[in-house]
Design a protein around this ligand. Structure first.
Ligand SMILES: [Zn+2]
Length: 184
């Protein structure tokens, strides 16, 4: 129990814990609980109360199961690609529109692929007649600005000439229903 407590004390001294550190922290607490149950069970068996051993095991198993459900619920929405907070979406929109050379944006989609990592897909419109090099430079700058906001997640940018955006139609993957994209 003392040896298992050493990494626990190290983690306790960290002020901010990420998702992996939090999972490790709960895992170490579960270890301590398991060892405590074994110790108590052994002592009670020694004192002639053998039923205390399975009882201690049931109590600890319940605590571990509750911890596991908590961790699972906390991480489920992130693993399933939840959309970032509206403030993050607004910040992305603002960062894109403030980039020199960007006339407008449409079809902005974003999903979380980690606790703070965002996968962003969007279309930008640039002035007609620009060279590919100039349009590419604008897209690269947009990407850099989004990366500064979203912890270096993935970002895909499609460049359109100004005013050419066709009416976007998509099929809902679940219902097969036709849905219209976000207007420019
Ligand atoms: Zn487009």
């Amino acid at each position: 129990m003392l040896i298992a407590a050493i990494p626990l004390l190290t983690l306790l001294r960290q002020p901010a814990r990420g998702a992996a550190a939090r999972a490790q922290f709960i895992e170490l607490i579960n270890d301590e609980l398991g060892l405590a149950a074994a110790l108590l069970g052994t002592l009670f068996v020694m004192w002639g109360v053998p039923v205390a051993d399975p009882l201690a095991a049931i109590v600890v198993a319940t605590i571990i199961a509750i911890n596991a459900i908590g961790l699972f619920r906390e991480n489920l929405s992130i693993l399933l690609g939840r959309a970032p907070e509206p403030q993050v979406m607004d910040a992305i929109r603002q960062a894109v529109l403030s980039t020199p050379g960007v006339c407008s944006l449409h079809n902005l989609r974003a999903e979380l692929i980690g606790p703070e990592t965002v996968h962003t897909v969007l279309h930008i419109e640039v002035q007609r007649g620009l060279t590919i090099e100039a349009a590419d430079a604008i897209a690269t700058e947009v990407k850099a600005r989004i990366h500064r906001l979203t912890n270096y997640g993935f970002c895909t940018i499609h460049v359109d000439p100004e005013g050419s955006q066709p009416p976007q139609t998509l099929h809902d993957p679940r219902t097969g229903e036709l849905i219209t994209g976000e207007p420019a």
